[in-house]
Design a protein around this ligand. Sequence first.
Ligand code: NAD
Length: 438
Amino acid sequence: MKIAMIGTGYVGLVSGVCFSDFGHDVICVDKDPAKIEKLEQGIVPIYEPGLDDLMAKNVAAGRLSFTGDLKKAVDGADAVFIAVGTPTRRGDGHADLTYVMAAAEEIAAELTGYAVIVTKSTVPVGTNRQVKQVVSKANPKAEFDVASNPEFLREGAAIDDFMRPDRVVVGTQNERAEQVMKDIYRPLSLREFSIMSTDLESAEMIKYAANAFLATKITFINEIAALCERTGADVKMVSKGMGLDNRIGSKFLHAGPGYGGSCFPKDTQALARMGQDHSVPMQLTETVIKVNDEVKRRMIDKVVDICGGSVNGKTIAVLGVTFKPNTDDMRDSPSLTIVPSLVGNGAKVRVVDPQGKREGEALLPGVSWMDDAYKAAQNADALVILTEWNEFRALDLTRMAKRMATPVLADLRNIYSPKDAKRAGFTAYVSIGREGFG
Ligand code: NAD
């Protein structure tokens, strides 16, 4: 099959590379010339484990190429995937569909024969019908169908998620389009896998409902964590005890500094907005958004408290600023709320993150970037763990504490325990949903 992938971001690039690995001929398009230039040189513009090797393999096999010329990619394609961004629209929380609709118009102009136009971007219910209208208006002779194929991959584990998904959801309006989608995903069925076929609207809704549910689960345990802190319960034990119940499950039950990233914040907002537009307020989701903001702000209080009530003039070493490990994505990361507040209150912040610097430099002005946790801790007044990268999971805490001016630790990912911190010589320790000391 011949596939055009419009957008080479976290989703488009991973999807394009994986489809080519299935054996399809894939041309990836991006309107950002800098990205295309890098890709043509074999450089992956984002950090995603394993992507460089898989990309190189498929480029070498002649199945995968990159271009800035959408016409070249769309010409003769069986399916054209739209994988462009759908960020929050300024001012109203709605998903901004500017990029999706612009891509649809561009595709319309270049269609040469029957193709399925597939929306992989996360879009509000009704968008695929809108895409259909836009394409028909721009090119009344175009022979095409639309399909909704939301993506569920997680950054940091994207290839595995794409190759071994829990499900593939495909919403179509007729059998012809459904068949094209089945042919594209057929290599996955070799792994006893089946596509869930739906109508357009249900496919669109599944994505938002799934993300809002996961965001709710995280926020639920974060709220329970706050109550644990006041009552003497330990949220790690509580979430383990809850998660052992199969009806609940253990995933997305880890208390932390609040959810962030490129999906949950914008998708919960877009769902809330969709509810308002249809006069069916998404009250749970609206509350989740509010509580998550409070959770992030509570993290600032924790750091200020452990610094003795003020961070002014204090040197604080922050470990991890990406929204989760194994990605360079900084979009809506909790660090973007917490770090600027510390800087604004007079702290000298040193940041260590294995991949966060490229994006983070512009987003976190006034911090100094360091490449080693031990160096960052030298003479520091506090240590704050914000992202649980592997290299921060097995720190020599005694070595860290010894070199600090004031050995206090805010462990906002519950990697360590009060016992670990005390044994290592820290004089104060605070985490999430557990009693600390100091
Ligand atoms: P991204 O911002 O990383 O990438 C989007 C890319 O599209 C950019 O490189 C941009 O230059 C390009 N682009 C925009 N308009 C274009 C056009 N007309 N022609 C060619 N290229 C164009 O975005 P992303 O994180 O990959 O997300 C894409 C979509 O997938 C979003 O709707 C998002 O909600 C959804 N999604 C993301 C994830 C994730 O983990 N990032 C997971 C599931 C779903």
